[in-house]
Design a protein around this ligand. Structure first.
Ligand SMILES: [Cu+2]
Length: 127
């Protein structure tokens, strides 16, 4: 009889240890990438600062496609320059979707633009 109680207590102790080892991870504690949001024909902010080593989320907030590549708009002329140290960017958004670019492993100023919408460009400053 005593053995049964002892075994029961041991089993209970083991269960407690096992359950406390399974902690629930709050999604808010997982580090998020900084995000640049896109409207119908522009980035909502023209510039974003990020830290070296970070990735950047591009978020298409509207039901409009965008094609985002390295480069910028010089008035109405696309400049397809990819800066040294810039991660390659060539992404198609169909609307209401998001994608991640990077990591940006080098400090500097990097530019991306939308090939569809004249003047739609983003400057990424990596510090
Ligand atoms: Cu666009």
């Amino acid at each position: 009889m005593n053995r049964k109680i002892l075994f029961g207590l041991l089993a209970l102790t083991l269960m407690t240890i096992l359950l406390s080892a399974c902690r629930v991870i709050d999604a808010d504690t997982i580090p998020k990438n900084p995000a640049a949001h896109m409207g119908s024909a522009q980035f909502l902010l023209p510039e974003i600062d990020i830290q070296k080593g970070q990735k950047l989320d591009l978020v298409d907030d509207v039901a409009v496609p965008h094609t985002i590549k390295n480069g910028t708009w010089n008035s109405s002329t696309p400049d397809t320059t990819q800066e040294a140290g810039a991660p390659s960017v060539n992404l198609n958004f169909t609307g209401g979707d998001r994608s991640t670019i990077g990591p940006f492993n080098q400090a500097g100023t990097f530019k991306i633009y939308c090939t569809i919408h004249g003047g739609m460009k983003l400057t990424i400053v990596v510090k």
